[in-house]
Design a protein around this ligand. Sequence first.
Ligand code: HEC
Ligand code: CU
Length: 364
Amino acid sequence: MHCLMALVLAFLIVGANLAAAAEVSDAPALSESEKVQHRVADMFQPLSKPAEMIHDVSLVVLFVCAVIFVIVTGMLAYVVIKFRKPGDDDGQEPPQIYGSRNIELAWTVIPILITIVLAFVTTRTIGEIQNAEMPENALKIRVVGHQWWWEVHYYEEVDGQPVTYIVTANEIHVPVSSKDPDKRRPTHILLQSADVVHSFWVPQLAGKIDLVPNRTNDLWIDPYVTGTFFGNCAEYCGTQHANMLLRVIVQTPEEFEEWKQEQMAPNLPPQTAQEIRGHQLYFDYSCVNCHKIEGSPSKGIFGPDLNKVWTRQTLGAGVAPMDEKHLKIWVKDPQVLKVGCLMPDMQLLDNEVDDIVAYLKTLK
Ligand code: HEC
Ligand SMILES: [Cu+2]
């Protein structure tokens, strides 16, 4: 009873302290309703060929393991109940039996065989996915992992050389593919890293593959339906690893073509007085050293390409929605929304922030 009271008291004290702590801390930069929707993607609902193949093989593995689990725990339960200490126990040691060649062989050989079969089934699937031929019409993308965002290049091979035609960040638009071989249009994605090891994972579309510095890996996706698919970095890569989110937006061929044209169109020059001031400030401050804007002297590549930044759904690899309010918070001090991210607080005045954001909104 004392014990229980002590426990209740402990809970009350901890609870009170937590409540007090919550009162002192500042209001969060993002309220609950403003947080960007990031449904945890359901890997048991694959909607793309490679994810489907992985799903099938994992069900086989899961089934075999479930059977082993039931047999082993069943036998364990049986033994524990059947051979529990009887009422008339004489307190003597039971007879000691050492070694049974047959039983030892059985529990060595059977698990080895099961493991070999599972290994073969798995490697065959991995091989089939990795060695799949990409059709001529496959969309080609190169993704570079950064602490803590994704750089995305759309490229075409011209005389064996990759030529980039769109650069964006964190959001990958692709056309819908199909199970019908004639209507298929998969997307082939090269994976590289600018700093540490990251891992690209969009559970409903494909398996996860690491992005390793000085190496190019690749995967492909073949989405059967349109929609937005959520993914994230699946290899711890530093402070903001958890906010290194990514989304794949699967569109109809027409919508995708429209998006492509929009991204490739030249930016309109700033119109209003405020946009012109913002444009000037953007170039006066060191934004240009880290960010690139197509057709302008802003050629930095340390941070995300800001060309058409206003067409993105999210900001800072999914930490906030892309709207005026959050863009202002970000430009004022990105550390508020994404603590430790590699864009510094530029110490801008509020009116400078307003002007720069007005300019950024013309990038669409
Ligand atoms: C030292 C380099 C650096 C400087 C200087 C810098 N940025 Fe950034 N910026 C970054 C990095 C890195 C990110 C990505 C942060 C992340 O998502 O983790 C970023 C992200 C952004 C984003 C969000 C883009 C997106 O798609 O999510 C905007 C907008 C932006 N910066 C605007 C600016 C503006 C405006 C300035 C000048 C006032 C500026 N930046 C100065 C490095 C920099
Ligand atoms: Cu990571």
